[in-house]
Design a protein around this ligand. Sequence first.
Ligand SMILES: Cc1cc2nc3c(=O)[nH]c(=O)nc-3n(C[C@H](O)[C@H](O)[C@H](O)COP(=O)(O)OP(=O)(O)OC[C@H]3O[C@@H](n4cnc5c(N)ncnc54)[C@H](O)[C@@H]3O)c2cc1C
Ligand code: SF4
Length: 561
Amino acid sequence: MDRESTSSAQELLQIGTIHHSYLSDRLKIAIGSQLNDRTQDPEHPDRTRFNCVSQPPYLNYYLDITLMGKPTGFIEYLREVEAEISPVERIHNWDEFHLPLPDQTLRNQSARCMDCGTPFCHTGNMVAGMASGCPIGNLIPEWNDLVYRGLWREALDRLHKTNNFPEFTGRVCPAPCEGSCVLGIHKSPVTIKSIEHSIVDKGWEEGWIVPQPPAKRTGKKIAIVGSGPAGLCAAAQLNQAGHWVTVLERADRPGGLLMYGIPNMKLEKEQVVLRRIELLEAEGITFTCNVEVGKDLTTADLLKDYDAVVLCTGATKPRDLPIAGRELTGIHFAMDFLTANTQAVLDGKENSNFISAAGKDVIIIGGGDTGTDCVGTSIRHNCNSVEQLEIMPTPPLKRSADNPWPEWPKVYKMDYGQEEAAAKFGHDPRAYLTTATKFEGDENGNVTAVHTVQVQWEKNEQGQFALKHVPGTEKVNPAQLVLLAMGFLGPEQPLLTALGIECNNRSNIQAEHEKYTTNIPGVFAAGDCRRGQSLVVWAFNEGRGVARECDLYLMGSTDLP
Ligand SMILES: Cc1cc2nc3c(=O)[nH]c(=O)nc-3n(C[C@H](O)[C@H](O)[C@H](O)COP(=O)(O)OP(=O)(O)OC[C@H]3O[C@@H](n4cnc5c(N)ncnc54)[C@H](O)[C@@H]3O)c2cc1C
Ligand code: SF4
């Protein structure tokens, strides 16, 4: 609902407008008894405007509306998420493996959204250092209600109001919204991510998502460096504001980590990522690939040719493990393995120089999401075995007392890669509280084994947790392929040095969140290069935010949200 209250000295107070879909009989009666004027909103024919003629002193009128469709839904229906093709079947191809839920099931799942009164799912606040709720403020209760009523197109419109590309988040977002769903306090949360996924997939299937070029052009030219989710969101928003946008990308295909990072089985490249990029092109955005800014295009030309520059270069500098034997052949950064693999999937393996795990014992160092993608990819190569080393302890099965709702739940879960490893090799591949101490190789310089030891975390004299090796737990694990997936150390520096951009003590670009201005006027920064390696949904948050600030800088005012 758009509320447009006014307390000025007008006699006609417009106290709100509401979409027709919310006008239940009960609501009409309630409003009829309180208000004395109701008209169609001329700017929005699908809405009714509520007015009230009043004499001073003006009363504080409000619309008191119950929005949710089925108050008892959360009692009647159990949570159901999208079904998956079984691990033993899906490991033979690179296809996505989630199966759509039938419409009626989705409507029942939406009905579980319970009109909680103070929803946390769409707030995106930081709680205990982690996002609690949706970082882009998706209007979750509203589209749940619309789906329950079968108003899919309206649900899609609500979704697009805050999210430029729901087909990406609907597939890969870890869904902090569900961690803060009020229903999750005592039952399983609403399956928000599956509903988002279904709304947008229906939108594409039905042909509702079509190019919408801006009506007017401002004549301003903006360069966006990097075509990951932050760059794509910034481009979409700035183009809608009427600017000419060029996205410069050093890779051969646009999409950043959506293209070359997240594997195809989690996010399909041609039918999902490139489909949206083609739509952005049709709306007037230019994508120029195979151009590394700072190398193929000088920074002087970049600053000269454009009215503003937005840096969305990501945080792809990998953390290394400088232990004995690191120089051996067969030890790679995870991203080299994943990028070359996706290139091979798209270009055909015979044309590609990818790193193969076929027939090998694979050890992945790092138990996070990048490591999980390496597990799923190694299994699809038909590796001989796979193990994932994680230095932290096994998380608890349920929230611990110091991790209450609505914080992000830090609990044990099997992601798709671990499920696949368990199906193929009989166990979760993660070895917790374990670290590598040395790599061993043969006479030809190829890695043959990884030495490991178990660790424990103990508080030192300064009260900080320090790592200690546990004597007697040393092991030698055969390995012909080792993948380093231990996180990232911020953005690559050469372009930033050439531009003279200041970085902070975490080596990320120095620019305030929600301002995005760097030390160089007209140059903005957003996404992982500003906040460090994060999530797609945060890249969306920053891409939309930087567009707003850049538009304000160029035009002196902005209508962008
Ligand atoms: C393996 C992996 C899996 C992940 N899985 C998930 C997931 O499932 N869910 C999730 O939410 N998040 C996931 N993430 C994190 C998420 O992908 C990132 O947080 C997000 O992509 C960051 O977006 P970005 O636009 O800031 O940067 P990126 O996506 O990193 O894009 C940066 C782009 O800039 C380009 N670039 C850099 N320098 C230049 C230059 N000088 N000239 C031209 N172009 C340049 C790069 O080539 C790249 O295309 C994953 C990350 C990794 C590494
Ligand atoms: S983008 Fe992520 S956090 Fe937001 S509603 Fe979708 S799944 Fe939830």
